[in-house]
Design a protein around this ligand. Structure first.
Ligand SMILES: CC(=O)SCCNC(=O)CCNC(=O)[C@H](O)C(C)(C)COP(=O)(O)OP(=O)(O)OC[C@H]1O[C@@H](n2cnc3c(N)ncnc32)[C@H](O)[C@@H]1OP(=O)(O)O
Ligand SMILES: O=C([O-])CC(=O)C(=O)O
Length: 374
């Protein structure tokens, strides 16, 4: 290209390959997603979320003794310290719960006991600290908005059970626990999505892991990314019953509004994770004897396919599943944070290990050069 030729601009970096990664592989042609070589469906069927977190960070599934050590450390790091509790209570409870996550991770960065050298070991310890304490933050924030006292973490419970107990005061039926844990596994990692890329950009300047995760939370909040799981549930409540889908969709299409929970930058033929989460939604609906949201899901997916060919993404089944499980809608994307912090931090460690400053170019289309009037 000569300097007079217009450069090719790929809006939104669509289709641009920016780096290698050994963490996960998305193959849209075959609807496949693997974490470190394992199909996500297999991981969701057979593993705990702790095992998947270990896999993302270490590249291998843990042996029983490695898992025991890993879980022991996670269980011992779940408490929010006094300073953290005090910051949490001072954040207004009418702000978005994602603002709470973002602020609390930023605050954790100010109280990290480790020195600020980004070795893989130091970053792994910081990643595990965020992983262990995020459920305590998300649950306490949800409860204070309900006028309830926080529930302390319980060392006897696994990651998913402990979070559910801290939210609701008891561990629900295993059907609910399994579906919830599967959602965490499916949400954990997805290559160079917008929030992970944001984390990698921050890391590329040699900034610290808390800054990178804070940026990632900001990127995840938007409704074109993680915020879609909340938007889906607001839409379903608006639709109210399956017979209203046609009328609702007509209105949305007329106003040229996007349907939340549908479409994807990479998958054009359906999201690899949706069948697993749809099955989980079916089990939860059946278990609770509440078929309404599933009926709206099925009708909306059918009509979207018929009218546009656009398929649901993972946020479409998780929205109603989390609603049925009893979470407030504002907590849906913070739960996504609890899961994705594993993928983000694996990418931060990978970026640190083979870093190059991420700094693309732009094509200037503003005013020509002009003098300042004296
Ligand atoms: C975990 C996750 O982050 S998954 C994504 C969650 N986000 C959502 O569910 C939000 C709704 N979906 C969308 O906005 C989009 O599908 C995105 C942002 C996820 C991906 O979009 P992109 O790859 O940038 O494609 P883009 O938005 O340009 O869409 C291409 C075409 O499909 C249409 N389209 C894409 N998604 C949708 C949708 N959800 N509803 C209606 N039309 C849609 C667009 O209007 C566009 O049509 P046009 O070519 O006639 O203008
Ligand atoms: O990959 C993407 O662009 C969005 C997504 O599905 C995710 O982050 O899970």
């Amino acid at each position: 290209m000569t300097s007079t030729e217009a450069p090719e601009i790929r809006k939104g970096l669509a289709g641009v390959v920016v780096d290698n990664t050994a963490i996960s592989k998305v193959v849209p042609e075959t609807n496949s997603l693997t974490y470190r070589g394992y199909a996500v469906q297999d991981l969701a069927a057979h593993c705990s979320f702790e095992e998947v977190a270990y896999l993302l960070w270490h590249g291998e599934l843990p042996t029983p003794s490695q898992l025991q050590q890993f879980s022991q450390k996670e269980r011992a790091s779940r408490r929010l310290d006094r300073a953290g509790e005090s910051v949490l209570t001072r954040i207004p409870d009418n702000c978005h719960p994602m603002d709470v996550c973002r602020t609390m991770i930023s605050f954790l960065g100010t109280t990290d006991p480790d020195e600020d050298v980004p070795t893989p070991q130091a970053n792994l310890a910081k990643a595990q600290r965020m992983f262990a304490v995020l459920p305590t933050i998300v649950a306490a924030d949800m409860r204070r908005r309900r006028g309830l006292e926080p529930i302390a973490p319980h060392h006897g419970y696994g990651y998913a059970e402990n979070f559910l107990n801290m939210c609701f005061g008891s561990v629900p039926d295993p059907v609910i626990v399994k579906a919830f844990e599967q959602s965490l596994i499916l949400y954990a990692e997805h290559s160079f999505n917008a929030s992970t890329f944001a984390a990698r950009v921050v890391t590329s300047t040699t900034s610290d892991i808390y800054s990178a995760v804070t940026a990632a939370i900001g990127a995840l909040k938007g409704s074109l990314h993680g915020g879609a799981n909340e938007a889906v549930m607001h839409d379903m409540i608006d639709i109210d019953r399956p017979e209203r889908v046609t009328e609702w969709l007509d209105g949305m299409r007329e106003r040229k509004e996007k349907i939340m929970g549908f479409g994807h930058r990479v998958y054009k033929n359906g999201d690899s994770r949706v069948p697993t989460m749809h099955e989980a939604l079916v089990r939860v609906s059946d278990h609770l004897g509440e078929p309404k949201w599933l009926a709206i899901y099925d009708e909306l997916a059918r009509q979207m396919d018929e009218r546009t060919g656009i398929k649901p993404n993972l946020d479409f089944p998780t929205g109603p599943a989390y609603h049925l499980m009893g979470f407030d809608i504002g907590s849906f994307t913070p739960i996504f944070v609890m899961a994705r912090v594993t993928g983000w931090t694996a990418h931060i460690i990978e970026q640190t290990g083979d870093n190059a400053l991420i700094r693309p170019l732009s094509a200037y289309n503003g005013s020509p050069q002009r003098p300042v009037k004296a």
